[in-house]
Design a protein around this ligand. Structure first.
Ligand code: ATP
Ligand code: MG
Length: 343
């Protein structure tokens, strides 16, 4: 027998088209109702998009059949403000702090090591230039708090701006600093826009000249809306060498191009495994370089699979900080140097 809770559990297995996050945590499920033995799902999209609506309906139908339930019916609506207008485009009236350069780290796919690259690059930058900041824009799955071992909450200035938390000589902000470990946030489409705007406007970035932005995985519409608010100076795309991941790189490049943000290059993470002098090529090393050539964007370098990276990520000690002389840290440092030269 289906009840609302069961329906939501099924919907949590359905990802928003083009994203690795599910439609429930995206906040687009407005209501679930049952009328004359039919399940009715109310879905609110951030904007009119028939293609997306169709994809969502098909994915939900598939999930329902997998579970052996009758197919539901849908009612789609588009987010509207109370007065009937579409949500405002905040990118025009955002009050920007005096940050010189914004550098985004993106990936088409989740779990390729974007946050790992963002934090280790930020630490490598901070050894070369002063005043580095790190903004965890992954509002759906912030990982900077854990990776940096931060479990304190930020303080506020007298005029109620949030003071970033400083660690490894970097000023950092993450939605995770403000939430408990068990909390989940449900973001409705237009709120996503507002969240990042607040991260820029309501955080005291005074003293930060260069801000590294760790983006959520994916390249869909919500990303466009999210990064439109930030005047990005360049984007780095992280990938693993496999073919599927490389397809996502293409989407990443297209996303930055759409926004007129220069692609600073591609980092191939989990490229190979080093065993003493032996290099073991697990996933097909070199794919990142090939795709960089294909799209005429710089190839920034390879990061090996290194158990020390994972351990460091879990224990809040990024490898470039805890073991700067390791081969892996040198690979990060070299990539950071190349980016600084190109910026
Ligand atoms: N080169 C590497 N060698 C070994 N482990 C790695 C490497 N890169 C990342 N990892 C580990 O893989 C996991 C995923 O990395 P990370 O969280 O940085 O990915 P992400 O792309 O930011 O993920 P998400 O899409 O969830 O934001 C982490 O446990 C991290 O420590
Ligand atoms: Mg991440």
């Amino acid at each position: 027998m289906l009840d609302k809770e069961k329906v939501l559990t099924i919907l949590k297995d359905v990802n928003f088209p083009g994203f690795t996050r599910d439609i429930v945590s995206f906040g687009i499920i407005k209501n679930v109702d049952f009328i004359e033995n039919k399940t009715l799902i109310y879905i609110e999209l951030p904007k009119e998009d028939e293609e997306v609506a169709k994809k969502i309906a098909v994915a939900i139908n598939n999930a329902f059949s997998r579970e052996g339930f009758d197919l539901p019916e849908f009612e789609f609506s588009v987010f509207k403000k109370a007065n009937g207008q579409s949500p405002p485009d905040n990118s025009q009236n955002i009050k920007l702090p005096k940050i010189d350069k914004y550098l985004a780290v993106a990936s088409g796919k989740g779990g390729v090591g974007k946050s790992t690259v963002a934090i280790n690059l930020a630490i490598a930058f901070s050894k070369k230039i002063k005043n580095i900041g790190l903004m965890d824009a992954d509002i759906w799955g912030p990982s900077i708090p854990m990776m940096c071992g931060i479990n304190t909450k930020p303080m506020a200035t007298k005029d109620e701006k949030i003071i970033p938390i400083e660690k490894f000589n970097i000023k950092m902000m993450s939605i995770g600093f403000l939430l408990g470990e068990e909390d989940t946030v449900i973001w409705r489409g237009p709120m996503v826009h507002g969240a990042i705007k607040q991260f820029i406007e309501d955080v005291e970035w005074e003293g930060v000249d260069n801000l590294v932005v760790d983006l959520p995985p994916g390249t869909g519409d919500a990303h466009l809306s999210l990064i439109q608010t930030v005047p990005l100076s360049g984007g780095v795309i992280v990938t693993t060498p496999q073919d599927v991941a490389l397809l996502d790189v293409k989407r990443g490049i297209q996303m930055f191009k759409k926004l007129d943000v220069p692609v600073l290059g591609i980092v191939e993470n989990m490229s190979y495994l080093q065993d003493g002098d032996k290099i073991i090529d697990i996933f097909g090393r070199g794919g990142g370089k090939a795709i960089a050539e294909k799209f005429s964007v710089p190839f920034l370098g390879e990061i090996p699979i290194d158990p020390e990276i994972r351990k460091g990520g879990d224990s809040g000690q990024p490898i470039v900080y805890s073991n700067p002389e390791s081969e892996t840290s040198k690979a990060f440092t070299k990539i950071a140097e190349t980016i600084l030269e190109n910026l």
